[in-house]
Every structure is written in C-alpha cells, then in structure tokens.
Write a protein that binds this ligand. Structure first.
Ligand code: ATP
Ligand code: MG
Length: 730
C-alpha cells in the first residue's frame, strides 16, 4: 500500500475516511448539515491528486463559483508538499460556469458564433416582454401572464426537462387556456435569442446536454477529459443538471456526489431531490455513505435543528449527533415590537457578542428575502457596524452597470440588438422609433458590405432614420462606438469603461441622478475589476458568470477584514458562523405566504429554516417583529412563525430560551424610529441603486406580511409570486 503524505486519518473520522478511501466507483454521501460533507469531498479530491490523477482530469461542480474556489484553495494547501501538482488546472465551478466553457469551445458545432453573449435574468424577461408584445398577445388579453412569469415557466420546462404545456398545467393551471400563445411566445423568444447570437443561463446547460447527445466526438472528448467528477450540494441539482452529471460520468462512472435532502431549497428553480434519492437505483454498483457526526454546531443548536426538521414528512432518515460539548447556551427566541426594534436588537446584540470576543466576521444575519434587511442595514450603519451583503440582486443587474456593459457587449457582438437599443437610447433625443430605424440601417450595412462596427456606424445611410433633433445625440453615440470597437479598446476593458464614462455617460449620470456620484463610484470599481482581464470578451464572460463576486458588496466599513455578513438563506448555503441571527420569523414572512399553498411548499420553507439554523456554531438568535410597519396608518399584528410555534416547548429538555426585549431596555437610547419614507430614502443610498430597487424592495417586504387577523385589524395585501424571486439569482 502506498504511504500517504497527507494525514487523512488525523483530520477525518472513520466514516469520512471511508469515503476518501473508497474505490473509484459511484459514491453517494448523504448526510446532515455540518457533518463534513464538503470537507470530505476536499480530502477525496486531494487523495486523487496524491494518487497521481492529473488535475486537469478532475471536474468539481459546486453551487457557487466561490465555493469551488474556496474548496480548491483548501485542497491546494493539503497538497502543497506534493511536487508538481497544480490545482489551478482543475475545472471547478457551477454547472453554468462549466457549461459556458464547454460552449465556447464547442458551440460552433451547434451553430453558435463564438462571440456569443449571455443574457441575464432581467434581459431574459425584457426579451420575453418584447416577444409577447410583438406577437400582439398582451393587447386585449387582460389576463395574460407577466413576462417574468412566462420566462419562469419556460425556464422550469427546460430545467425539469418537461414540455411547456405540462409545466403550465402543473404550475399555473389558470393560464392553461393560453397555452398556444405561451408556446408561441417561447418559440419567438428562442428565435430572437438566436438571431442576436445570445444565450441565456438555461442554454448554458441545455446546449451542453445537446453537445453530449448529438456530438459523439465531443461526448467522448469530455468523458475522456474528466475522469473524475465530484459534486457538492447535489440535493439542489435539477433534472437537467442530474442528467449532465450522469452523461459526463457515463464512461468511467468515477463519480462522487454529496448532499443533504433536508437542505434542498431550490425547487422553485426546478431542483429535484429525487436526483439524490434515486441515485442508488441509477448506479447499482454504488456505495452509499452516511456521516453521522455534526462538527459545526453546539448540541443545543443541533437539538433545535433536529426537532424542527423532524416535522417534515418527506425525507431520508438520518441521525446526526453533536460532536461538540454542550456550551450551556440555548438558542434564543426574541420577539421584537416591530422591524425597527428587531433591527435595534440585532445591532446591539452583535456589539455585545463582539465585546465577548466573537469577531464581526464570525457573525451573520440571515433572512428569507433581501427586502427584509432594510431596517437592519439602516440600524447597522447608524451604529457604524461594518457589514457586507450577500444578496440575490446582483451588482451587475443595476441599471447603470448594465448601461455601460451594453456598450461593451455590442462592441464585441454586433448581432446584439438588445444592447444596441439600450445604449443608443441613452443619447439625447433618441427614442424607441429612432433606435429601431438605426438598428435596421446598421444591420443592412454590416450584413451587406461586411463592414466592421467601427466603419458601419459612420455610413451616411444611418443618418436617414435619425430626425434632426436627435442628430447630435447619434453623432456622439457613433463616435463612442467607433472608439470602442477599435482593437485598442477591445483589448483593454478597463479603458473601454473609462471611454464610455468620458463619452457622455458620466455627464448623463451627474445630470440625471441625485446620487450620480455613487453610481460613478460603482463604475470606477467596475473599471478596476476589469483591469485583470486581457480583453473585453473575457471580461464580459466573467461578468456574466461570476455571480458570487457580484452578489457581494461591501456597503460600509473601513476595515476590509472585519465585517458582519447579511445574507439571504439561499446565499448562505454551505457556510458557517459562530453567531447567527435569523430575522423575520413571522408567519407569512417566513414561511412566506405564497409558499404555503401546499404541503410541499411548507416543507421546503422548513428546510430553508433548517439551513438557516444549521449555519450557527455557538449562538443562535431567532427573531421576529410582532407588528408590521404602518400601512395606511395602521399596523398589522403578526404571528410568530409556525417553525417556532411547533418546536416542542417544555418537557424537562428545553430547546430554547425566550427573551423579552421590554425587560431589557435597549441601550444606548434610540432616537425616534425613522419613518418608512426616511428608511426608503436611506435604503436607496445604501443599496446604491436608485429609487427603483429600494422602492421595489419595500413593496415586496410589505407584501410578505400576512395578518394574524384578530378581529378588527386590517388584513394584509394579497401576496404575489414575487416573494421568492429575490433568491432566484444563481
Ligand atoms: P453543510 O451541509 O452545511 O454544507 P457539510 O456537511 O458540508 O455542511 P462541512 O462544512 O464540511 O460540513 O463541515 C462543517 C464544519 O465541521 C467545518 O468547519 C469542518 O471543518 C468541520 N469538520 C468536519 N469534519 C471534521 C473533522 N473530522 N474534524 C474536525 N473538524 C471537522
Ligand atoms: Mg457543505
């Protein structure tokens, strides 16, 4: 037997070691939170490297790109003493990330121009809206679904590998009578996307699959290249991703997947934990391993988590015992008067814990939807507590960022009609009509004369559709486009961004927005980031895919290493902190009202609660506001979350302690709570994204409340599908 240089046995328990040492056959590790699944996967990877597998033969699929980077960093430190092993040659990242690379390499076989651009979710919705309008459906059809609903249905159909009519019937039966129109809209959408040489996120998976199915050469190439496949968070793969894994591993079946069905929280995006439950049936020769020791949480926190998840019916039976000694600290349930007091409590307790020796970096505030963090952000900044937000709404989804990127996108993909129209309309006097005319004229020049963008924009024929009052605007625009399309700037993305700013966009922001300065700062940050990239194409690819970098933003705070984390629960998967606050645990907010339509929805919310609770190592605070914000001058009473109420309360063994804030006066004394309007104004600044997002967030937050409805109190507004959309970003 070889002697191993890495000390596996010293750093893993026997169950974990068995996974690391298992032969190269299909392996399923199904185990609860904090049991070391991710750690074990890293060690298995290290063991493969140590046994001589070349790093370029390893494929590591994770839920975020950042998770992959962190795992690879950890693996690198394990193999640091092995000569000649370079973990940077491992392919690691999300399915989308890996799919993107494969499509760049082989997409031409499917008829893609290699310069294809990637549509993000907002672009996708916009394009759907324009297809629906073009087909004339929304007109006179009062009950036609909104573009984002159509986009979502289409996406679900792809990710679950079902037909659109089936998905409509299952998810939105009220639109069944519009099935034909919806299918037409989807077909038009696909056509338009193709014309513009664009792909959406789902295409990155769909075309990857198509390559595997249709192109035997690519299939064997990929199967030979990646002889060893590892997947973390397997419970959140959807049908399509499950198939991709199966096809990639079909040759060698050297596949290790790890997951926890109790943490499956992405069914709204088509995730299906039958992938994990049916794994043994698909891989008859597989080994199934369980890890039963939780290394993360105190026994008190673990007991609460176990008691909560036990309320779910559909799950794989698992035991999970605490490895850690009892710390004597029970999780606390903390009812607050309202959202403002809830925020004040969190801020104050964070400071106290910091005084007790828990660094800010070891604490997090988690919530169901980003909108719920408004008051908390306000309170933290008022008290000067630095924080970072991991959020679903991406930095790159902000209007000013997208404006600037649209210049770069068009300069590298002249078929990108969306970007062209977006950018041209930023110039004075140019509206949709002129933009359409310009686009048509431009296409004629580029296709007819095979001109480059730089030359085509200067053609006199382009002036024809431009009315006099828009001439100056167009002249400015074409100058800028000409400059951007030059080889000099194509190879210098950071300078290209500067050029857009100098070419009028900075002046535009300054004149149009009170907070123009903060937007300009964002763009300078973007230009700095772009410095690391050799050309505009690479930069744009990175931007579309690096969702982690984009979902994280330092909002406030001087010291970069010392900050509290604010995050949606969906973005907190796989992470851990010493102190965790879970906010907004009121029925209707968490569980969110729309999720409560059926038992499956409620169970998914409970899994979400389980994920939140199991992020905590030492201290756990479960808080909720008892009164909603005033709406039309009235406050609505809210019930504590059923996830708190259902916890077995007494019986010798207490699971939690109930705190009362009124007995503990909050110090220092707070000035009168800010009004909702002040919060909104402040929040906008904090969010750095102008009125639109702040306002939308507020509405969403309000809509999330469901009244406890004692007699005489007004009831909350009906809740739309929106409440979960916050977490839908990858
Ligand atoms: P999740 O389900 O939340 O993703 P997980 O099962 O992936 O959790 P890890 O994140 O790998 O769990 O491990 C949880 C914590 O326990 C980590 O801090 C990890 O380093 C630690 N841990 C796991 N196994 C051991 C071990 N054998 N010895 C020491 N620490 C361990
Ligand atoms: Mg993990």
């Amino acid at each position: 037997a070889p002697t191993w240089r890495i000390d596996y046995a010293g750093q893993l328990n026997a169950e974990q070691l068995a996974v690391v040492e298992a032969p190269r056959i299909p392996l399923l590790v199904i185990a609860g939170a904090g049991s070391g699944k991710t750690r074990t996967l890293i060690f298995r990877l290290a063991r493969m490297l140590e046994s001589g597998i070349p790093p370029e033969q390893i494929l590591l699929l994770t839920f975020t790109n950042r998770a992959a980077q962190e795992m690879l960093k950890r693996a690198a430190s394990l193999v640091a003493n092995l000569p000649g092993v370079d973990v940077r040659r491992i392919t690691g990242g999300t399915f989308h990330h890996v799919g993107y690379g494969i499509l760049r390499e082989h997409g031409s076989l499917l008829g893609f121009d290699e310069r294809f651009g990637v549509l993000d979710r907002e672009d996708q919705t916009d394009l759907f809206a324009s297809c629906i309008a073009e087909l004339g459906y929304a007109v006179g059809q009062r009950r036609f679904p909104k573009a984002d609903v159509v986009a979502q249905l289409h996406s679900t159909a792809i990710n679950t590998q079902r037909s659109l009519p089936d998905v409509i019937l299952a998810r939105r039966p009220q639109f069944a009578s519009l099935t034909r129109e919806l299918v037409d809209a989807a077909a038009r959408y696909i056509e338009r996307k193709h014309e513009m040489n664009l792909v959406d996120f789902d295409d990155l998976l769909l075309h990857w699959r198509l390559l595997l199915v249709r192109e035997p050469r690519v299939r064997s190439l990929l199967q030979e290249r990646y002889r060893c496949i590892l997947v973390d968070e397997y419970q959140d793969t959807n049908r399509l991703q499950g198939e991709l894994v199966d096809m990639m591993a079909a040759g060698h079946r050297n596949l290790t997947v790890v997951g926890d069905d109790a943490q499956s929280i992405y069914s709204f995006r088509g995730a299906d934990f039958s992938n994990i439950l049916e794994f043994p049936a698909r891989y008859e020769e597989c080994q199934v391993h369980k890890l039963t020791v939780n290394y993360r949480s105190s026994p008190e926190i673990l007991s609460l988590a176990n008691a909560s998840i036990a309320c779910n019916i559909r799950q794989y039976p698992k035991e999970l015992v605490a490895r850690r000694q009892s710390g004597g600290i029970l999780p606390a349930i903390v009812p607050a008067r309202d959202a403002v007091q809830q925020a004040a409590f969190i801020a104050q307790r964070v400071l106290e814990l910091r005084d007790e020796g828990i660094p800010l970096k070891e604490m997090a505030v988690l919530y169901r939807a980003h909108a719920q963090s408004m008051e908390i952000q306000f309170e933290l900044s008022r008290r000067g507590i630095p924080f970072v937000i991991r959020r679903g709404v991406r930095f790159f989804a902000q209007a000013h960022i997208k404006d600037v990127l649209s210049f770069l996108r068009f300069a590298t993909n002249p078929s990108d009609e969306l970007s062209f129209k977006r950018l041209v309309k930023l110039f004075p006097g140019i509206g949709s009509g002129t933009a359409d005319g310009l686009w048509r004229a431009l296409r004629r020049e580029i296709e007819g004369g095979r001109l480059s963008i730089a030359d085509a924009v200067m053609e006199p024929s382009l002036l024809e559709p431009v009315p006099k009052r828009s001439r100056a605007g167009w002249m400015g625009c074409r100058e800028l486009l000409r400059e951007l399309a030059s080889p000099l700037l194509i190879n210098a993305p950071s300078q290209a961004i500067d050029a857009v700013l100098a070419g009028g966009y900075q002046a535009f922001l300054e004149s149009q927005f009170v907070n123009g300065d903060s937007r300009i700062d964002d763009l300078r940050q973007l230009a700095d980031y772009a410095l690391q990239h050799p050309d505009v194409g690479t930069f744009l690819a990175e931007v579309s895919l690096l969702t982690e970098l984009s979902s994280e933003e330092v909002v406030e705070g001087a010291e970069p290493d010392e900050f509290l984390t604010l995050s949606t629960i969906h973005q907190a998967k796989g992470l851990e902190w010493r102190g965790v606050f879970v906010a907004w645990l009121a029925d209707g907010s968490f569980p969110s009202a729309p999720a409560l339509r059926d038992r499956a929805g409620e169970e998914e919310e409970r899994r979400c609660f389980y994920v939140a609770v199991t992020r905590a190592k030492d201290e756990l605070y479960l808080t909720y506001p008892m009164l909603s914000a005033p709406r039309d001058g009235e406050r609505v009473l809210m019930k504590p979350s059923r996830f708190l109420d259902e916890l077995p309360a007494a019986g010798g063994h207490e699971l939690y302690e109930k705190w009362s804030l009124d007995e503990v006066p909050l110090a220092p004394a707070l000035p009168a709570p800010p009004s909702r309007a002040e919060l909104a104004a402040h929040g906008r600044r904090l969010l750095g994204d102008g009125a639109d997002e702040g306002a939308a967030d507020l509405r969403l937050g309000d809509a999330g409340f469901e009244p406890a409805a004692p007699a005489g109190l007004p009831t909350g507004a009906a809740v739309g599908e929106g409440a979960v959309s916050d977490d839908e970003e990858d």
